[in-house]
Design a protein around this ligand. Structure first.
Ligand SMILES: Nc1ncnc2c1ncn2[C@@H]1O[C@H](COP(=O)(O)OP(=O)(O)OP(=O)(O)O)[C@@H](O)[C@H]1O
Ligand SMILES: [Mg+2]
Length: 340
């Protein structure tokens, strides 16, 4: 076979590049006493149009990971110290601000945690949306207004013209979240990163926002990274998931594999503490021990002090790397012993 047809065949059979590939990413805070690691080995792979959930207890580094993905770490005195952050094949780990300005919003949209407080209460919704449209598009006020109206309609806001003229204190929590989502998708990004988008909302509004995210994904052909404490939400919304513990991704794979047969004791205990699977009259299994804070990670596997399988072998050296076991990747050296 000649070279050209060889290449043609390779192109025809090659798997498409993942949209996002995070490889052994490490992030530290810059402090007066030097670098303080907050993310220490995160690995994530996400294909175009796919939805991935990220779970992990408070303080495990989920929001810092989001900030790495949108290039805003420096605003929080943090920096990527090593690893790769490939978006569409381009490594953005060391990208300068002007590159991030091209990527953020246009290619990667972001709904920040606590975004209900993210709108300026003094400016109208319209002014703020128009601003986020005109940052990247040199269009006139009229056209930007028309686009802002379309955006509000796209996130299913009724009476959009009135909402455009309203200020955030006049809006309900659900409406404010819809506006934040509208701003995040204004440039039709290929990836939307939503950090706990439903946490502060009541159950009915939560449902509406999740349905909205689903329909936007379909309409725009958009990939989604959804951060949530709630395994049930991730199970419903996502195809794959990553579990974080103390700054590391410690298990990843399809949602189906991790929810049914997890291969890390921490994921297993997350499943056991699910409120939506609680049996009336029976105690919910709490995860024993205290959550870790940055700067206080133990040597060896960071979960060992709280782990039912933890023994001498777990207490030395580095946090174990993710390794394939069954249908997923797990960072537990006893992954094959875990019973589900
Ligand atoms: N400016 C800072 N300096 C030092 N530590 C910080 C700073 N900002 C956050 N942290 C710490 O970094 C760790 C990771 O924070 P992050 O906000 O990413 O956690 P998270 O997983 O998003 O938690 P949550 O579920 O509560 O949102 C936490 O222990 C937090 O206390
Ligand atoms: Mg967070």
């Amino acid at each position: 076979m000649d070279l050209e047809s060889n290449l043609q065949q390779m192109t025809a059979t090659a798997a498409p590049n993942p949209l996002l590939e995070v490889e052994d990413l490490k992030v530290s805070f810059r402090t007066k006493r030097g670098l303080l690691p907050v993310i220490d080995s995160v690995n994530v792979t996400l294909n175009a149009n796919q939805a991935m959930g990220i779970v992990g207890e408070s303080g495990s580094g989920k929001t810092m990971l989001c900030r790495a993905l949108i290039g805003t770490l420096s605003r929080h005195s943090a920096v990527i110290t090593s690893g790769k952050l490939l978006f569409d094949g381009n490594d953005l780990a060391n990208a300068p601000d002007h590159t991030w300005r091209q990527v953020r919003g246009r290619h990667i949209g972001y709904v920040p945690q606590s975004s209900l407080a993210g709108l300026n209460p003094v400016l109208t919704v319209g002014t703020q949306l128009i601003e986020s449209i005109r940052v990247v598009k040199s269009i006139g006020q009229r056209e930007a207004e028309r686009e802002a109206l379309e955006l509000l309609e796209r996130v299913h806001i009724a009476r959009a013209p009135q909402v455009l003229k309203a200020r955030s204190p006049e809006l309900s929590g659900g409406m404010r979240q819809r506006v934040m989502i509208a701003a995040a998708i204004a440039q039709k990004p290929e990836l939307l990163v939503a950090d706990e988008p439903t946490t502060a909302l009541d159950v009915t509004v939560q449902r509406e926002i999740l349905n909205l995210l689903k329909s936007l994904r379909q309409d725009l052909g958009m990939a989604l990274i959804l951060i949530s404490h709630d395994l049930a939400v991730i199970e419903e919304m996502c195809e794959s998931m990553v579990v974080m513990y103390a700054g590391a991704s410690i298990e990843s794979g399809t949602v189906e594999a991790l929810v049914n047969t997890s291969r890390h004791p921490y994921t297993r205990s997350l499943r056991a503490s699910r409120i939506d699977r609680a049996v009336p009259g029976q105690d919910i299994e709490a995860i024993s021990g205290d959550p870790l804070t940055v700067g206080n990670w133990p040597a060896g596997c960071r979960f060992w002090p709280r782990c039912p399988l933890g023994d001498d072998a777990c207490q030395h050296g580095q946090q174990p790397a993710l390794a394939p076991v069954a249908r997923q990747l797990s960072a537990c050296i006893y992954a094959d012993r875990i019973e589900n």
